[in-house]
Write a protein that binds this ligand. Structure first.
Ligand SMILES: C[S@@+](CC[C@H](N)C(=O)[O-])C[C@H]1O[C@@H](n2cnc3c(N)ncnc32)[C@H](O)[C@@H]1O
Length: 252
């Protein structure tokens, strides 16, 4: 199985085309896996990460503590103006953030403001309505995956399971010049690694929604689905595929 994140981070690095000591900002950096990948390839880069989860920022700080270049990890609400000067950074990256924002266009305007002319933005989003997880009976499988694509957990101000397919259009309508679009498909025949994490996300999100008395599936259905996947994995009939849409753009 290919690891989505490794492949994705390699593409971020290639498409961002960062100068040796350039600055890269990760919007919604989480625990900093993408910035860590930049740190390995560009030991003197200036790394900046924004997220509003302080626990994730603490993990990112730990992960990047040996980086030679500067590291700034800040708590920020990305629904607001970015706390960066105009034309002050070389590259902006972001993965699986935009669906959480009620107004993703506003953030893309901000990306255009803070990038220096010629600076690159590389944005990626999984399309959760195109998730393939096979192993449970078809009807249950459809019910669970559609419910996940439409799930609106309380930690997200907004949610759109179809953001992946919308991303190229959003960027083309922004002040940035869209330069490249591609898809990265991760697949697995085993319930391990990224596949296991994503199955865990689906299970956790739908259980939590059901517990709040919301959503379209009950906790028993979620557990039936999960047991069926485990059995399929043991029998060698499990299959998983996730598509991430990656869009590169440039500040003109
Ligand atoms: C699905 S996670 C993606 C994390 C990371 N980019 C990755 O690909 O592993 C979305 C991240 O966006 C952050 N986030 C969501 N809404 C936010 C907001 N309004 N302001 C700042 N961060 C936000 C969350 O805290 C979370 O870390």
């Amino acid at each position: 199985m290919s690891e989505t994140n490794e492949t994705l981070h390699d593409r971020f690095i290639e498409l961002a085309d960062l100068p040796v000591e350039g600055s890269v900002v990760d919007l919604g950096c989480g625990a900093g896996p993408a910035l860590a990948a930049f740190a390995r390839r560009h030991p003197k880069a200036q790394l900046i990460g924004f997220d509003r989860e302080v626990e994730s920022l603490a993990k990112a700080r730990e992960r990047l503590r040996r980086h030679e270049g500067s590291v700034k990890l800040m708590s920020a609400d990305l629904r607001e103006k970015l706390p960066l000067d105009d034309e002050s950074v070389d590259a902006v990256i972001s993965s699986n953030l935009l669906e959480c924002l009620p107004d993703p266009d506003a953030l893309l305007h901000e990306v255009g403001r803070v990038l220096r002319p010629g600076g690159r933005a590389v944005l990626s989003h999984s399309d959760f309505d195109a998730l393939v997880i096979s192993g449970a009976p078809d009807a249950l499988d459809r019910k669970i995956l559609h419910a996940f694509a439409d799930d609106a957990p309380p930690w997200m101000d907004s949610s759109d399971g179809r953001m992946g397919r919308k991303l190229p259009g959003l960027v083309s309508m922004s002040p940035l010049e869209r330069t490249h679009v591609e898809t990265l498909v991760t697949h697995s025949t085993e319930l391990t690694g990224h596949a296991a994490r994503r199955v865990g996300d689906v299970r956790g999100a739908l259980r939590a929604t059901a517990m709040r008395g919301r959503g379209r599936v009950d906790p028993v259905e979620v557990e039936d689905w999960y047991s069926a996947l485990q059995q399929a994995a043991s029998a060698g009939t499990f299959f998983f595929a996730e598509t991430a849409v990656v869009v590169a753009a440039q500040r003109v």
